[in-house]
Design a protein around this ligand. Structure first.
Ligand code: NAP
Length: 276
């Protein structure tokens, strides 16, 4: 059966979600009819590339809600309340409202939607923009049916990996995985800088370091050995790798990463207490 999916707010994240779904439907013959996609964005020109990819352009948030069963909200957090109010007349028990807005709780969404439909809170990270996101999904609304839950896992599974999480874990997820690309890019930047210091061009160094992260991530994915073991496998006795790794251990890189995530988590909890 064709799933009708709509998105209100088609900027970076909403646009990437719709583009990813349009691409997956286009690439996979079995899915050609799987999704009917529609969207609305305040600035209409942002819809042009999506329209070319097969997304039906709507003229209001309400029209999206009328034409979709899964309604994804990807406007900025402070715009969410107003947008939910605009599409409220089309919400009923057969629709599902999914918000990707950082810091907006399921409770607020349900309240703004006047409990007319099930709500799902979703937290993506930026690699979703290239189809390799990690999506935390909170399925705690008792109004959500098992089949809607399966549909959402399928939809977001086409855009990356899904993790079903209790809402109380969303701040921890944001500190580790939402903020995660910043930690990874910081480490990449350090290695690129090292490469330049050793005489590689910036472009060469960046290309090699990017491949290094992609390859290492693939190994960690495919080989279930403890990460310490994978690390030790690279360190020949008396070799150059162990000389480098010793410097990282003396500086306490592992502890530093743990502290960075704990600091982000503490800040996230503080922001939640203050309401953003
Ligand atoms: N980007 C990320 O990596 C990321 C990660 C996690 C969560 N999120 C969440 O995703 C949401 C969107 O973030 P973003 O980075 O994609 O921001 P963005 O690029 O600014 O996209 C927001 C879009 O919403 C549109 N918009 C604003 N009000 C609207 C309305 N009333 N009706 C329809 N469209 C409207 C804006 O239109 P204009 O073009 O007119 O401005 C803009 O295109 C946020 O809530 C954020 O917390 C983003």
């Amino acid at each position: 059966m064709t799933m009708r999916i709509g998105c209100v707010g088609c900027g970076n994240m909403g646009g990437a979600i719709l583009a990813g779904l349009a691409r997956s439907a286009g690439h996979n013959q079995d899915q050609t009819d799987a999704y009917a996609l529609c969207g609305y964005n305040r600035t209409a020109s942002r819809m042009r590339p999506l329209e070319q990819a097969g997304v039906q352009v709507m003229t209001s948030p309400l029209a999206v809600a009328e034409n979709a069963d899964i309604i994804i909200l990807a406007v900025k957090p402070y715009q969410m309340r107003e947008v939910v109010g605009q599409l409220r007349p089309a919400l009923d028990a057969n629709k599902v409202l999914v918000s990707v807005a950082a810091g907006i709780t399921s409770g607020s969404l349900a309240q703004w939607a006047e409990n007319a439909c099930p709500v799902v809170r979703c937290m993506p990270n930026t690699p979703a923009l290239v189809g390799m996101g990690v999506f935390a999904l909170c399925f705690e609304d008792p109004k959500l049916s098992q089949s809607s839950k399966q549909s959402l896992l399928q939809v977001f599974g086409t855009l990356g990996q899904c993790v079903e999480l209790a809402e109380e874990k969303f701040t921890a997820f944001s500190a580790l995985i939402g903020a995660g690309p910043a930690y990874v890019f910081a480490m990449m930047q350090g290695l690129v800088q090292a490469g330049v210091t050793l005489g590689f061009t910036h472009a060469q160094s960046r290309q090699m370091v990017t491949a290094l992260f992609a390859g290492s991530a693939r190994m960690a994915e495919q080989d279930a050995s403890p990460l310490g073991q994978l690390r030790d496998n690279v360190c020949s006795p008396g070799g150059l790798t162990i000389a480098g790794v010793n410097v990282l251990d003396r500086a306490g890189l592992t502890g530093l990463l743990v502290d960075a995530v704990l600091a982000a988590d503490a800040r996230g909890a503080e922001m939640e207490r203050k309401g953003g």
